[in-house]
Structure formats: structure tokens, C-alpha cells
Design a protein around this ligand. Structure first.
Ligand SMILES: [Zn+2]
Length: 216
């Protein structure tokens, strides 16, 4: 099972993918996470990538495709994976198709979480992430048991630079112009399913599972 989870920034992709990965035993391939890890390891690629990400801009197709290509070659990505945050441009979607074709594989389903723009702004500004394990929380929708402390590991929670207002506005604009065309790209292939993201976390998850059942 090879799944792509799509949706504008703030659609709740991160927390939905955490649950999907657990329930379906998928390998989570998150480009955002890979870039942040590369950055923590002081790799030049990571430092370069974070410069764009922190401004709310897209990392170049070249760098992004390369990090994904290497990741897909690892054995844990052979059978089933969930892609999160990639592809973000039609050029990346085409590159991904070619990579998978070479591996005699393909995407089974593309789930698109549809949300209201205004609501997104509110959601993103409330998002907090654990510094140690990367778990995500939300001040209103998924608050930690103790203020500022991660439930899973006790790490410190913080607001990512790219979740701050100016950066969020920039990301939404980029999503409209660059990422939205991908929806047409996959829609034509009949593997795209839209899910209403303006519901509770559990209701959205239930709809995602149902949509997966239709395509897989
Ligand atoms: Zn943690």
C-alpha cells in the first residue's frame, strides 16, 4: 500500500499520518522531517533546505527529489509507505512517478484533505511540536496533558518558525499556485479521494480509512 496524503499547510496531515502509519504499519516518508533531520545533523543539504522552509518557501525540486529518491531505495519503503509533504509541485509529481516506475511500483491512493483557509490560519498558529521526538500537538485541538511538555517523551514543545503568521500566509499562497495543480494531476488518474478536513480529528480519520478502502 503506497499512499500520498495531501492538503494545504495546517490541514492536519501530520497528526493524521502519525495514526495511519501506526494502524497500517506504513513507513512514514515526510520530506519536512527529513530536511529537519538533515539540518540537525549539520548536513549542507539540510542547512540549505531549512533556509527556504523557515521563510515558508519551497525547497527546490532538485534537492527535494534527490532526498526522496534516496529514501525510497531503503528497504523499509519497498512494500508500503505514506508520503507526507511530497510532491509539492507538478514537476515533483512527475519525478515521483518516474522513480516508482523504475522500481516497478506506483501510488495506490492519494488522499486530499480539504479545509477552509481562514480556519487554517487559526490552526497553524496553535500548533506545537516536540523538540525531542517530533510529536505534534495543538493548543485547542490536541493539547498536551501538561502545558509545553510532550506526552510521549517529556520533551519541550515549541512553535516552528514556519508556523508563524507571515510564513503561514506565504505557504498558503504557494500551495494555491504550485501544489493545487497536483490535485488535477492525480484526479485524472482516478486515485484521488477528497476528505472533509473541517471535522473532528477522529471523523477525518474515519473518512480517510473509508476512502482508502475504496481505492485499495
Ligand atoms: Zn516528545
Amino acid at each position: 500500500m503506497k499512499i500520498l496524503l495531501m492538503g494545504p499547510p495546517g490541514a492536519g496531515k501530520g497528526s493524521q499520518s502519525e495514526k495511519l502509519v501506526k494502524d497500517y504499519e506504513l513507513t512514514n516518508i515526510s520530506t519536512g522531517e527529513m530536511f529537519r533531520e538533515a539540518y540537525r545533523n549539520n548536513s549542507p543539504l539540510g542547512i540549505e533546505a531549512m533556509r527556504y522552509i523557515n521563510k515558508g518557501e519551497l525547497v527546490s525540486d532538485e534537492i527535494t527529489n534527490e532526498i526522496v529518491r534516496k529514501r525510497l531505495l531503503r528497504s523499509d519503503a519497498e512494500r508500503c509507505f505514506l508520503l507526507d509533504g511530497y510532491p509539492r509541485t507538478v514537476a515533483q509529481a512527475e519525478a515521483l512517478d518516474k522513480m516508482l516506475e523504475k522500481m516497478q511500483s506506483k501510488l495506490n491512493a492519494v488522499i486530499n484533505i480539504v479545509v477552509d483557509k481562514q480556519a487554517i490560519l487559526e490552526r497553524m498558529v496553535g500548533r506545537r511540536v516536540c523538540k525531542s521526538c517530533g510529536s505534534t500537538y495543538h493548543l485547542s485541538f490536541k493539547p498536551p496533558r501538561v502545558d509545553g511538555v510532550c506526552d510521549s517523551c517529556g520533551g519541550e514543545l515549541y512553535q516552528r518558525e514556519d508556523d508563524q503568521l507571515d510564513s503561514v500566509k506565504n505557504r498558503l499562497e504557494i500551495y494555491e499556485t504550485k501544489t493545487k495543480p497536483i490535485i488535477d494531476y492525480y484526479s485524472k488518474r482516478g486515485i484521488l479521494r477528497n476528505v472533509d478536513g473541517m471535522q473532528s480529528f477522529d471523523a477525518v480519520y474515519k473518512d480517510i480509512k473509508q476512502a482508502l478502502g475504496e481505492v485499495i
